[in-house]
Design a binder for this molecule. Structure first.
Ligand code: CA
Length: 234
């Protein structure tokens, strides 16, 4: 779909280490955003999509474990690689328990960090691909043709879909039964780091209900999950 660079959030307060990591990650072809404390990290995570977060544990203000916990509480599944100066096993366990995917103890080997970063990003991309639906999809009386960008509605009308409508429908249907987060929708349908408002997505969902739900006020297929995202249920 989009051959964009993977976007990494680097959360590290030690400036020298931060600069070294940033430079090396950029040389590997990653786009790197920086945060130097937990508060700044939380702000960025709330507003941008990242393919991976590298998170130091010992940070000013909010520590890396609390940031990770907050990310997971918000149903954000972004991979997190935790860094810590402490070699304590308990720290590692706590980090993993709170939702980190991997863990490196400082001082670490740079090559090893880059390999782990690559592995986590690829694993996540594979997970996101999921099972794909074909060019057409039927549910109830509805029939959607993603490729032709048209559909037959619940009452037998033939309608044209915009490109974004077709993309969003496909994304929701491919993740049948699961909440697709706003961030994911924005990333996949609107493209990298372009942010329309939540209302924009809401309007698409309203249209889908109008097209495909017999009673658009009591939707059977298209559900909003407040503050999180949207879900298609068959
Ligand atoms: Ca630190």
């Amino acid at each position: 779909m989009m051959a964009s660079k993977s976007n990494i959030l680097l959360v590290e307060d030690e400036e020298n280490l931060h600069e070294t990591l940033k430079l090396n990650l950029e040389m590997e072809g990653y786009e790197v955003s920086s945060a130097f404390n937990g508060t700044e990290a939380l702000k960025k995570i709330a507003h941008e999509y990242f393919d991976l977060i590298i998170m130091d544990i010992m940070l000013p203000e909010v520590d890396g474990i609390a940031v990770t916990e907050s990310v997971r509480v918000n149903n954000n599944e972004v991979p997190i690689l935790m860094l810590s100066a402490k070699n304590a096993g308990s720290d590692r366990v706590l980090g993993l328990k709170k939702g980190a995917d991997d863990y490196l103890t400082k001082p670490f080997n740079l090559e090893e960090l880059l390999l782990r970063v690559e592995k986590l990003i690829n694993k996540n991309k594979k997970l996101q691909e999921k099972e794909t639906v074909g060019d057409t999809y039927e549910f109830g009386n509805n029939k959607v043709d993603f490729k032709a960008q048209d559909a037959i509605t619940w009452n037998g009308q033939h309608i044209e879909l915009s490109k974004k409508e077709a993309m969003l429908l496909k994304l929701l249907i491919e993740n049948k039964g699961e909440v697709v987060t706003r961030e994911k929708i924005l990333q996949v349908v609107w493209g990298y780091n372009v942010y329309p408002t939540t209302r924009t997505i809401d309007n698409f969902i309203l249209s889908f209900r109008k097209y495909f739900e017999q009673d658009s006020r009591q939707p059977r297929y298209f559900h909003s999950v407040r503050g999180v995202g949207y879900k298609y249920v068959d």
